[in-house]
Design a binder for this molecule. Sequence first.
Ligand code: FAD
Length: 306
Amino acid sequence: MEQKRFDVIVIGGGPCGYTAALYCARAALDCLVLEQLSPGGQMGTTDIIDNYPGFPQGVNGFDLAMQMQQGAERFGVATRLEAVERVELENPVKRVHTAQNAYEAGAVILAMGASPRELGLPNERSLRGKGVSYCATCDGMFYRDKTVVVVGGGDTAAADAVFLSKICKKVYLVHRRDALRASKAYLSPLQRCENVEFVWNTTVEEILAQEKVTAVAVKNVKSGTYTMIDCDGVFVAVGNVPNTKLVQGQVALNAGGYIAAGESTKTNIPGVFAAGDVREKPLRQVVTAVSDGAVAAKFAEEYLSE
Ligand SMILES: Cc1cc2nc3c(=O)[nH]c(=O)nc-3n(C[C@H](O)[C@H](O)[C@H](O)COP(=O)(O)OP(=O)(O)OC[C@H]3O[C@@H](n4cnc5c(N)ncnc54)[C@H](O)[C@@H]3O)c2cc1C
């Protein structure tokens, strides 16, 4: 019979989740990782990670994800590819429900990360996979020699534009302000891309499509004028939203919807820890996610031995 009771259940198999699991397993705790898609989380969708220490040539996000999973499983961590649909966290025995199973654990580490924020346009969801994308490194190859629009002004938008400029004929970078928020490390390569055109002070108002995306209608926020940009794809890079719906009403969240937990990763519920991008914190990166995972495991171990 499949094991249903664990010392620790980690919800989310991103870099944070697998680091938490690795540290739990090395502390002789019986640990299960529940992942709804595939291990790696956001990191797994990243082409090259250049700022994770120990990789002088950078590392592919998917490869690193596989290595993190294998590293944890070497010490006995179990992975099940099941989406967690409901949790009961208040009591000492925590219950975690997926469509397939009901699990129990003494402690739960919440590592559900974050998902890309949508533009909120009416046909945006129905056009996912038909020209609307939230991941340039995943979908960029479908737009070889085509024209695409990247929407956003931060690091991800800048990195996406650089990445796509190497594949696509033309990249429009549409931003609602007159300058990007992206850091220097992302701006310098962007400024060298000859096929990237900046469209400042502009918002995307409508996505036009005939089965697939054909154009976007954009509005200049200063003049109020509308224009059309013909394109084959729209890459949305306007930030993230935390995956905290699952714990809403049980675990305390901050105004932005992130889990209110300090550096100890302890939430308002004893035995429940929040780590990685799902937690309120100043910097959301792989290196801070893995750090959080290790800390959460330490406090989970401490809690279970009390
Ligand atoms: C395009 C892109 C490029 C990036 N580039 C870099 C970079 O170069 N360097 C860097 O340091 N960082 C980068 N980041 C950020 C980095 O990937 C994240 O900070 C990091 O992945 C956060 O790890 P995490 O484990 O906390 O969350 P995530 O990576 O978001 O993983 C969370 C996991 O939880 C799963 N999950 C969510 N809800 C449930 C549920 N109900 N049941 C089961 N599973 C669930 C998700 O499927 C996901 O696999 C990038 C992010 C993106 C999107």
